[in-house]
Design a protein around this ligand. Structure first.
Ligand code: DQA
Length: 157
């Protein structure tokens, strides 16, 4: 497949999907969620590259090491979303479109979850739609990638 490669990053505790608080996060396991994302990507001519870690530094390493392969990133950084300036900086440095996605509806949860310190480094954010939110996030990301790659619009890096 020659379409864009999309880096899909899952942060801390997302390896526990399917067992973790299904009222907020649904019943799909992480491999099941990844299979859905891979299918949606393939339908759109794209390819998903997956990485999950419970460690902030490993997520930063993945962004740095895979920047040359990926045209953009879809990120659910779990609770690091609310605290990690280091991930904000790594996403900015990634220099490709990034879309933030969350399974749960953050506005209906604790106040601390309503702050995303990575949001300024993202072109869009989708939350509260469960696994389906990843499809919407993927579409928004592919649109951002396509717009950025159209010559003459001044959006190239
Ligand atoms: C989450 C929301 C975060 O607040 C939480 O820490 C997670 C998952 C979500 O997908 O809804 O781990 O990012």
């Amino acid at each position: 497949m020659n379409g864009p490669a999309i880096l899909v990053l899952h942060g801390p505790n997302l390896n526990r999907l399917g067992r973790r608080d299904p009222a907020h996060y649904g019943t799909l396991t992480l491999p099941e969620l990844e299979a859905k994302i891979a299918g949606w990507a393939a339908e759109r001519g794209a390819r998903a590259l997956f990485f999950q870690s419970n460690h902030e530094g490993a997520l930063i390493d993945a962004l740095q090491h895979r920047a040359d392969e990926a045209a953009g990133a879809l990120v659910n950084l779990g609770a690091l979303t609310h605290t990690s300036y280091a991930l904000h900086d790594a996403l900015s440095d990634f220099a490709r479109p990034v879309v933030e996605v969350h399974l749960s509806k953050l506005a209906e949860r604790e106040p601390w979850r309503q702050v995303s310190v990575i949001r300024p480094a993202c072109v869009a954010a989708v939350d509260g739609k469960g696994a389906e939110g990843y499809r919407e996030a993927l579409d928004r990301l592919l649109t951002a990638i396509a717009e950025r790659s159209v010559p003459g619009r001044g959006k190239e890096a």
